[in-house]
Design a protein around this ligand. Structure first.
Ligand SMILES: *Cc1c(COP(=O)(O)O)cnc(C)c1O
Length: 402
């Protein structure tokens, strides 16, 4: 920001991997009088939201809508299906996986980690091996993130399901889709996921404060015997009230207006087009980073995330100082660094209501800041990103990430 100025011109570049920029259409849909949450008008709104969200998870079963952030839906998934002392298998893909594991411990579960160096997705083979070792079938759930937001590593959920089946293991499959839902493909029923956790403020383009549990019949059956304490997050009362178009308590009415609008927008664009757009913006970002000569945290091209790219800083350069510098000069926010990469990286979010021009702007800001901060790099990364985007728009062959 220039000196002696209390105003920043233009829009802030919100390049964090959630919350994402809220489209004007969603803001306008939310800018409406509050209605009686026990009245007939509300029931219509609730039905549209409850039906609409099923099309995003691709499920025929009910989806729970919580007035809580994604962390609340993590808790909902665990407390509704599991019992005190249950073993759960989790994969340490990064910071968010670690936080979910901590929650499981606090709730009285016994989580076990498959450890990684935070630079890959979940390995279905290692999951299968762990399940095969569990002859007594004591592991009650396998918990993975479809997209690890702290590192930009994606996991193949269909392959994880196959691994569980190959081991002949009855564990539930729980998937955190918070930073991938409505940005990359997700198929709840087809992939046989038991509980999916979603959040509003990433691909769904809403402000923070709403989250979801998509559930399978098997998860509903597990709910009947689960003994972990549950109250606010209990599925049974929610499902009973949702059936008649209401909630057990006052839900975030304005958020429901926004959700309905966001879902309409996704379908107007077409989900497959939304996914292709995210793939394109992500690949363009990686082309720039590779041209600069910097390393991407994710070291497995098959696991590259389409919603966030984490960039390793060269030795002697602090990622958080870099972020502060870019914010000061160019009014941009990048994702912070975490855990074993604290200070060593910054993250570019390229998800939600964003497009080629915005990402090119963000990459140009990044290249300028690399220069200002004296970070060694080769100029021209933005050009590499532009060349790639133009080739895709021109009908050029889509090049695989590899
Ligand atoms: C953002 C995020 C969370 C946390 O969600 P909150 O809404 O901040 O509670 C959990 N998991 C993943 C993968 C996320 O990206």
């Amino acid at each position: 920001m220039s000196k002696n100025s209390s105003r920043q011109a233009g829009r802030h570049f919100l390049q964090i991997p959630g919350p994402t920029p809220v489209p004007d259409r969603v803001l306008r849909a939310m800018d409406t009088p509050v209605i009686d949450h026990r009245g007939p008008e509300f029931a219509k709104l609730a039905r549209r939201a409850l039906d609409g969200i099923k099309t995003i998870f691709k499920t025929a079963n009910p989806v729970i809508i919580y007035t809580a952030t994604g962390t609340g839906a993590w808790e909902g998934a665990l407390v509704n299906t599991l019992s005190a002392g249950d073993r759960v298998l989790m994969v340490e893909t990064g910071q968010f996986a670690s936080l979910w594991k901590k929650m499981a411990e606090k709730l009285g579960l016994k989580p076990e980690f498959i450890e990684t160096d935070w630079r890959v997705g979940a390995d279905p083979k290692l999951i299968e091996a762990k399940l095969r070792e569990d002859k007594a079938k004591e592991i009650k759930a396998v918990c993975v993130l479809q997209n690890e937001t702290s590192t930009g590593c994606w996991s193949d959920i269909a392959a994880v399901r196959k691994a569980i089946d190959a081991a002949g293991h009855p564990a539930l499959l729980m998937v955190d889709t918070i930073s991938s839902l409505a940005s990359t493909d997700y198929r709840h029923d087809e992939w046989g996921v038991d509980v999916a956790i979603g959040g509003a403020q990433k691909g769904l383009m809403l402000p923070p404060g709403m989250s979801f549990n998509a559930i399978s019949d098997k998860a509903l059956a597990a709910n009947k015997t689960s003994n972990l304490p549950k109250s606010f997050f209990a599925w049974d009362e929610m499902l009973a009230m949702n059936k008649v178009g209401f909630f057990p308590y006052t839900p975030g009415t304005q958020m429901l207006h926004g959700l309905v609008e966001g879902i309409d927008m996704l379908h107007e664009e077409g989900l497959d087009n939304v996914f292709a757009r995210h793939d394109r913006l992500a690949e363009a970002t990686r082309r720039a980073v590779k041209h600069w000569g910097l390393d991407i945290i994710c070291r497995d091209p098959k696991a590259y995330s389409s919603t966030i790219t984490a960039i390793l800083m060269p030795d002697g350069h602090d990622g958080d100082a870099f972020r502060a510098r870019a914010l000061e000069h160019f009014n941009i926010s990048y994702g912070a660094s975490f855990g074993r990469f604290a200070g060593k990286m910054f993250r570019i979010g390229h998800l939600g209501d964003t497009n080629d021009g915005t990402i090119i702007g963000a990459l140009a800001i990044t290249e300028m800041t690399l220069g200002l901060a004296g970070v060694p790099h080769k100029k021209g990364g933005v050009q590499a990103a532009m060349d790639y985007m133009a080739s895709v728009h021109g009908g050029g062959a889509r090049q695989a990430a590899e």
